[in-house]
Design a binder for this molecule. Structure first.
Ligand code: COA
Ligand code: AMP
Length: 636
């Protein structure tokens, strides 16, 4: 723990960002040290550490080997799906990454080229990310629960030089064949020529090399690696992109959040010590997926930059095999910090409310449980704190920010925890609550959460290929501020409470989805004239998507059959991760006179909240006719 109080550190970060972040940057090994922190010369697109050079993969791997910790565990792969555990030391992981980087290079990948990674939770996912970074190339990891069309959208936007994948992923109820999805995605994206490298896994139907199949020319990971030499880290500019991570916006087109190398490494290192209180040799387990930002930052980069040990878990909180799975992993690997999503805790609590499974394991290594991805509701917070008897820390962040906007800095000055709040702003985040006009609101009043510019290092630089979309999505609504898209309030003690989104983004089981994207898919059904999708409160998953569809005149369809077809369509076009199961046919949708659907009013009615009907409504009778339809579908 440091001597400085949170208040002093936070104040310093805003008053002297240059000094603050140049100081933090000393925890990184630079090929060329930074002499300046912020570069605003191309504002509003700002970058960090102009002129400085580094390699992120070197910082995450080689430097720990050079420091004499080559034999320490870097990565522990624990697959509850296969019942296996495998340890990788820093020396081994460095070697594998250097060799896979050489494989990528032999396929033409160089600095700035993109590599799309569509892999399940296996060590090759981490290796592929770090190997890409080693070459100064740019990875874009796509979550395995997305369907071919979503993968195609990302391939079309990122235009990768290589795609890296595996035979498939394992879900408790089924095996997911990846190769047909990758082939379809490449076709849809008009990118069939792209080289594909496949990690073969047992038990899948499709395999590379099969004569006459579309996978005939694809490459086998293991075969390629066998003969490969080692590629050395390529120093890049601090502001060169490390990765693109696509996330849901308010439209169907995903946004490619661009992260830099230097700011990212600096910010994550700061968080490892000051927020998570993790040091070299400590074990951190983030139970998320490498396809999400939480996985990027705290399965892969954060723990490895810090020289800690990270756990890569292939499994679920429940059912693999039981509700003790998380406690088993904590016990087996002496996990010091566990980070997961509230929905996972709710899933465990539902099955094992008294945490009887917990008593079977020695979890004394655990110091703190961190939660993010959605609000940690007070009930779940109190439950987790009671059964685990360690501090339970909610922290709030977004794909865009890459690290916590608000948190409770356990390594700096652990502050009191308030249920329902992710605590206080982290350094560099100048957080304000404003009304619709951009005017500040008093403590305790809910409003838009905005962040003063510039954002600190490690946050998004821009959106891939579109500075314009970056500015219009985040910077235009409140000049001088980044719009988070979340609403909330700050209490009299300065604690922030994040209450929900102000836009059409919903959060299902910690997964961020766009209702607009689901609507676009439903509109493709031949019987659908128009539709509205809203997020309803769900006791387990936080929210779930519910659709209200108006049929084309003359379209006659059995409702049950229609719902089946709509569910199948969303699964095929977006993926199982949308968890879309609920659709209702209605005569018409409530709209303003300018044609805007009153989704917020519909959601308020369905969730049993007080609702408001704007005076600009086109036909108030529509709301009356919807009341009996919206109310019965609320969770029981
Ligand atoms: N590949 C393919 N399919 C996947 C997948 C993946 N990587 N991940 C999930 N799916 C599928 C599931 O099998 C399920 O399919 P089904 O409809 O055929 O059953 C569907 O997507 C919905 O998955 P999910 O919402 O995850 O529900 P679940 O019932 O399988 O599991 C929880 C429920 C709570 C255990 C699970 O949602 C969970 O662990 N959530 C934590 C999320 C998280 O870590 N988020 C990261 C942000 S920090
Ligand atoms: P994602 O980009 O997928 O990480 O989703 C980011 C969104 O999830 C945020 O804008 C919030 O709406 C929500 N979110 C994430 N963490 C929290 C949290 N701790 N409290 C409240 N909302 C959260």
């Amino acid at each position: 723990m440091t001597e400085e109080s949170y208040r002093a550190v936070y104040a310093r970060s805003l008053q002297d960002p240059e000094g603050f972040w140049l100081g933090a940057a000393q925890a990184i090994d630079w090929d060329k040290e930074p002499s300046r922190a912020l570069d605003s010369s191309a504002a509003p697109v700002t970058t960090w550490f102009p002129g400085a050079r580094l390699n992120t993969s070197f910082n995450a791997l080689d430097r720990h080997v050079l420091a004499g910790r080559g034999e320490q565990d870097a990565l522990i792969y624990d697959s509850a799906m296969l019942g296996i555990k495998r340890h990788y030391s820093y020396a081994e992981l460095t070697d594998l990454v250097a060799r896979f980087a050489s494989v990528l290079r032999s396929q033409g990948v160089g600095k700035g080229d993109r590599v799309v990674i569509y892999l399940p939770m296996i060590p090759e996912a981490v290796i592929a990310m770090l190997a890409t970074a080693r070459l100064g190339a740019v990875h874009s990891v796509v979550f395995g629960g997305f369907a071919a069309a979503e993968l195609a959208a990302r391939i079309a936007d990122a235009k990768p030089a290589v795609v890296v994948t595996a035979s498939g992923g394992l879900e408790p109820s089924r095996k997911i064949e990846y190769l047909p999805a990758v082939a379809e995605a490449l076709r849809l994206a008009d990118a069939d020529h792209t080289p594909v490298i496949v990690k073969a896994r047992d038990g899948f139907e499709a395999a590379v090399g099969g004569r006459g199949t579309e996978y005939e020319t694809w490459l086998d990971w293991d075969a390629e690696l066998r003969g490969a030499g080692r590629a050395e880290p390529v120093p890049v500019a601090a502001s060169d992109p490390l990765y693109i991570l696509y996330t849901s916006g308010t439209t169907g087109a995903p946004k490619g959040v661009v992260r830099d190398n230097g700011g990212h490494a600096t910010a994550l290192m700061w968080t490892m010590t000051n927020l998570y209180n993790i040091h070299p040799g400590d074990v951190m387990w983030t139970a998320s997926d490498v396809g999400w930002v939480v996985g990027h930052s705290y399965i892969v980069y954060g723990p490895l930059l810090a020289g800690a040990t990270t756990v890569l878990y292939e499994g679920k909180p429940v059912g693999t095999p039981d509700a003790g799975a998380f406690w088993r992993v904590v016990s087996d690997h002496r996990v010091r910090v566990l980070f997961t999503a509230p929905t996972a805790l709710r899933a465990i609590r539902k099955v094992d409310p008294e945490a009887t499974e917990l008593a079977k394991y020695d979890v004394s290594s655990l110091t703190t449980l961190f939660a993010a991805g959605e609000r940690l509701d007070p009930e779940t917070y109190h439950w987790a704190e009671r059964v685990l008897n360690v501090p339970v820390v909610d922290h709030w962040w977004q794909t865009e920010t890459g690290w916590a906007i608000c948190g409770n800095p356990r390594g700096l000055e652990p502050l009191p925890i308030k249920a329902g709040s992710p605590s206080i702003p982290m350094p560099g985040f100048d957080l304000r609550i404003v009304d619709g006009m951009g005017d500040p609101v008093p403590p305790g009043t809910e409003g838009n959460i905005v962040l003063g510019l510039p954002l600190p290092p490690g946050t998004l630089m821009t959106l891939w290929g579109s500075d314009e979309r970056y500015v219009s999505s985040y910077l235009n609504a409140f000049p001088g501020y980044y719009t988070t898209g979340d609403s909330g309030y700050v209490d009299a003690d300065g604690y922030v409470f994040v209450m929900g989104r102000t836009d059409d983004v919903i959060n299902v089981a910690g997964h961020r989805l766009s209702t607009g994207a689901i609507e676009q898919v439903l509109a493709q059904h031949p019987a659908v004239a128009e539709c509205a999708v809203i997020g309803l409160v769900d006791a387990l998953k936080g929210q779930r998507a519910s659709a209200y569809v108006v049929l084309k005149s003359g379209a006659e369809m059995d409702q049950e059959q229609l719902v089946k077809e709509l569910v199948a369509l969303v699964r095929r076009k977006i993926g199982p991760v949308a968890d879309f199961k609920q659709a209702v046919v209605v005569d018409s949708l409530p709209k303003t006179r300018s044609g805007k659907i009153l989704r917020k009013t519909m959601r308020q009615i369905a969730d049993g909240e007080d609702y408001s009907v704007p005076s600009t409504i086109e036909d108030a009778g529509v709301i009356d006719s919807l009341l009996p339809i919206l109310r019965p579908v609320q969770p029981g």
